[in-house]
Design a protein around this ligand. Structure first.
Ligand SMILES: Cc1cc2nc3c(=O)[nH]c(=O)nc-3n(C[C@H](O)[C@H](O)[C@H](O)COP(=O)(O)OP(=O)(O)OC[C@H]3O[C@@H](n4cnc5c(N)ncnc54)[C@H](O)[C@@H]3O)c2cc1C
Length: 409
């Protein structure tokens, strides 16, 4: 995985901080890999204890957006106001408290007063919103925290399928594609019958050649590789759609903790601020971690105690595996497995969090009893087995991690 990791971060492995491995591949050893391989061969299962070896997961039937649409519906139903297309321009503070935020929206400007703030935008962008400005030293340090960006191509193919895999990772530097995802293999509803929706990710940094390519250029850059690996050919491509995202991956270089700690101690000085999420905490979260941070920030506000959000996802338990029941699921009509049981949504996770000096295992915490987000979701969440089909073109070293390796989301 070293090549792939270097491709994601755009850094030689020697310049990366060990936290990356600590967070994502902790507990993985050659012995564990060998044991897992043997169990798979002889028993068709897996040892299932290490975080890079998780091999089943739930996926919302109509895509991961279902989770957030459901949360939005719940909030709407409770009369909460969500402002879309509204961008903060200033966050005004005084007396160690954030007081109000000024926002731009298509209708002009709005100013909102609040008691508590949970923010999840990139650290530097948040610091630059503060008025009065943070100390010069803090503003200097934030420039040393880097995020990696991404370009994406979504291809619609006139072919029923490309592979049986959810993900294929390409560690080779000679292949510009970082990862390819075939959406139907997550859920049948993700592609129309007879067509394939193929998602290509390219790791880049704003302003570099990949970032600067427009959709047609990026397509021309990628398609020869897809053809060479015999995944598809250009005659089958009905359309492609191009997207770019900034600040996708916080870059854990060897010094990032020093910079981040100093910035955090400044931000911690605001008594009503809760920095959450992947960009907001400069932490390599998966979605479950970001959601959990949101839950804990809410609890911090409601209970008036501060939970240490950096402990989310830091223990040995692989949260994505935790709530998945182990019963053998029913077969559906397509021969694929569907879950019969809902994910256990009552326990937040087995993570241990520290609140004001107390240690509270979150497995002992219950989510608010009136939440039915998990319930609504469970009706359309499928349990997927990650496929392990052999490489179509084994002479090519395109690494078919097939979703087995969860280190690189
Ligand atoms: C291609 C890809 C595939 C992934 N697949 C998986 C997966 O299968 N499973 C999984 O668990 N995780 C996956 N992840 C990771 C997952 O997307 C992140 O963990 C998750 O999005 C983090 O959520 P967040 O709310 O912390 O941050 P984000 O989702 O990054 O949200 C931050 C938001 O802040 C907004 N923002 C930024 N600056 C400003 C500003 N100045 N003002 C206002 N808004 C601003 C951004 O537009 C963004 O909407 C994947 C990530 C990528 C890129």
């Amino acid at each position: 995985m070293i090549n792939y990791t270097e491709k994601i971060w755009g850094l030689p492995a020697a310049e990366m901080h060990g936290d990356w491995a600590e967070q994502r591949i902790k507990g993985l050893s050659m012995l564990a890999l060998a044991k897992d391989a043997l169990v798979r061969v002889f028993h068709g299962g897996n040892t299932g204890t290490k975080r890079t070896l998780a091999d089943t997961f739930y996926y919302p039937e109509s895509g991961t957006g279902l989770i957030y649409d459901t949360i939005k519906d719940e909030l709407d139903a409770r009369g909460c106001k969500i402002l879309l297309n509204t961008e903060p321009s200033h966050v005004v503070h005084s007396n160690d408290r954030l007081q109000r935020v000024r926002c731009k929206n298509p209708g002009g400007e709005v100013e909102i007063e609040f008691r508590q703030v949970a923010e999840s935008i990139p650290v530097g962008e948040f610091l630059n919103l503060l008025s009065p400005r943070p100390p010069a030293r803090v503003l200097e340090l934030q420039k040393k925290l880097h995020y990696r960006d991404q370009a994406y191509l979504f291809l619609t193919l006139d072919q029923p399928s490309v592979t049986s895999d959810q993900w294929i990772y390409f560690p080779e530097k000679s292949i510009p594609i970082g990862r390819m995802s075939e959406m139907r293999n997550f859920s049948d509803r993700m592609s129309p019958p007879g067509k394939t929706s193929l998602f290509l990710e390219f790791f880049c940094t704003e302003g570099d050649p990949i970032w600067n390519m427009d959709g047609d250029e990026l397509f021309e850059h990628a398609i020869p590789h897809l053809e060479r690996m015999r995944f598809t050919d250009r005659s089958k491509v009905r359309q492609h759609y191009h997207l770019r995202e900034r600040n996708v991956y916080p870059v854990y270089d060897v010094n990032y903790q020093d910079y981040l700690n100093e910035i955090k101690s400044y931000l911690n000085g605001f008594s009503n601020l809760h920095c959450i999420g992947r960009p907001g905490r400069f932490r390599y979260n998966n979605q479950d971690h970001s959601l959990e941070m949101g839950f804990l920030a809410a609890r911090s506000i409601i209970e008036g105690i501060r939970y240490d959000l950096d402990l989310v996802g830091s223990d040995k338990a692989y949260f994505e595996r935790g709530p998945i029941p182990v019963e053998v699921p029913d077969e559906d009509t397509t021969g694929r497995n569907t879950a019969t049981a809902a994910p256990q949504t009552n326990a937040i996770s087995t993570t241990t969090v520290v609140a004001s000096g107390q240690t509270i295992p979150t497995s002992e915490m219950q989510r608010p009893a009136d939440t039915n987000v998990g319930q609504s979701l469970s009706q359309s969440v499928h349990r997927r087995s990650e496929s392990t089909s052999p490489s179509r073109n084994s002479s090519d070293t395109a690494s078919r991690m097939a979703g087995k390796n969860r280190t690189a989301l």
